[in-house]
Write a protein that binds this ligand. Structure first.
Ligand code: HEM
Length: 156
């Protein structure tokens, strides 16, 4: 097996774990907690489950970025990041950068404290806001996945 194919397999595995997890949190966990679990218990459960996924997502984000850069280097495809016809390459980089900033910087430094404090006095509003934020992230990620598969296989 050539190294480009190996990098591609690792890339797709990392994306499946990471974006699949975001889909699970957005479409199952958050709506379920909002519907069925009252305020303080909801916060405890969400932090427990999302915290566990967040730690794993850090690893899959790193793996997706490393394998993506590896492929870009092997394909010598750096110019594609500024080519409008390959918008999906810029979209992958943008989604990766956004999640990296959220997971490694914003969440530990600001978001975690903000979320905890806000949901103690306004659980409904805070969880609705967090659900909306997750929906936007998921939508952008799915458009990127579709664009990347179509683009990588010459369909767009
Ligand atoms: C630093 C960030 C990233 C870089 C540098 C990168 C780079 C690449 C490269 C070079 C390819 C192969 C293109 C080709 O064969 O012509 C690729 C494929 C792909 N990437 Fe990324 N990527 C990154 C992040 C992401 C993210 C965040 C996602 C998902 C949201 C993603 C999803 C995909 C998918 C689905 C493919 C197509 C695999 C296939 O069908 O062969 N990538 N990426």
């Amino acid at each position: 097996m050539d190294t480009l194919t190996l990098a591609r397999a690792l890339h797709v595995l990392a994306v499946v774990h990471w974006i699949g997890g975001v889909a699970m949190v957005t479409l199952v966990l958050l709506p379920g907690l909002i519907r069925a679990v009252p305020g303080p218990e909801r916060l405890r459960l969400f932090e427990l489950i999302e915290g566990r996924f967040g730690a794993q997502a850090k690893l899959s984000t790193l793996l997706a970025g490393a394998s993506g850069l590896w492929m870009t280097w092997e394909l010598d495809a750096w110019g594609r990041f500024v080519d409008p016809a390959s918008w999906w390459m810029a979209a992958m980089l943008a989604v990766w950068a956004l999640f990296t900033v959220v997971l490694f910087i914003a969440e530990p430094l600001v978001l975690h404290r903000w979320f905890h404090a806000r949901s103690l006095h306004d659980p409904e509003g805070t969880f609705r806001l967090v659900l909306r934020f997750h929906r936007v992230l998921l939508a952008v990620s799915l458009v990127t996945v579709a664009g990347a598969v179509l683009g990588a296989h010459g369909a767009i």
